[in-house]
Design a protein around this ligand. Structure first.
Ligand SMILES: C[S@@+](CC[C@H](N)C(=O)[O-])C[C@H]1O[C@@H](n2cnc3c(N)ncnc32)[C@H](O)[C@@H]1O
Length: 207
């Protein structure tokens, strides 16, 4: 399978809106989710670590699960350059067994859910992987009309209705579900002008 991030990964962290969003998402998660300092945090689709590495001083262990060799190569360079000993990489699509049962405290994700075609199973895997009382904090696009991605991009969902995800999380066994339309990404359109794409942060706790 081709890596659609092969030519994007190197400059991923230099795109201003991505840098700003990572910073904003980090602050939004920290203000809404209580993360103990000894937490094991998992980032689904953590890519280059743009969001994840903000948590270095907030948790004791980080695992980035991602399918893109190119994105992870950038993260591997950072791990080497900064001699990070508490960041582990798992290069695969998250599925059963990727994260051992009841082994992590927090699962985060930014702009990855819309690439995943097995959302119900994914939420079940999250539930299994978390310790009792473990938390999720997931950021993605609110339902959009397909303009967010360039024509050649591979993705599965044109964003999500957060209420539908809420119902799915509830039926998976999550509690204290909170939805916050906390930000938006403004992008220039090929046809001219700009367009804002609202983003949600959905947080919940394993019941
Ligand atoms: C749009 S990028 C976002 C990267 C990063 N979260 C950020 O915001 O900078 C989506 C990432 O999710 C990864 N990805 C897509 N499907 C995945 C899956 N099923 N399991 C793990 N990673 C996945 C891709 O390889 C890519 O790195």
């Amino acid at each position: 399978m081709t890596d659609q991030y092969e030519h994007k990964a190197k400059d991923w962290d230099e795109v201003p809106w991505k840098m700003e969003l990572a910073e904003e998402t980090f602050k939004a998660i920290c203000s809404r989710v209580d993360i103990p300092p000894d937490a094991h945090l998992v980032d689904l689709g953590g890519g280059t670590g743009l969001l994840t590495l903000n948590f270095l001083n907030n948790v004791s262990q980080i695992t980035v699960v991602d399918t893109s060799q190119a994105m992870l190569a950038v993260l591997r360079e950072k791990i080497k350059a900064y001699q990070l000993t508490n960041v582990e990489i798992v290069e695969e699509a998250l599925s059963t067994g990727t994260i051992p049962p009841a082994s992590c405290d927090v699962i985060i994700s930014m702009l990855t859910l819309h690439h995943v075609d097995y959302i119900a199973d994914l939420f079940q895997e999250f539930h299994t992987a978390l310790v009792p009382g473990g938390k999720i904090a997931l950021v993605d696009l609110v339902t959009e009309d397909g303009d967010f991605h360039p024509a050649d991009a591979q993705y599965v969902h044109d964003g999500f209705d957060p209420q539908i995800l809420e119902a799915l999380l509830e039926s998976t066994g999550f509690e204290n579900i909170d939805i916050d339309l906390f930000s938006s990404v403004t992008r220039e359109m090929d046809a001219g002008g700009t367009k804002a794409f609202p983003l949600f942060l959905i947080s919940a706790e394993k019941g």
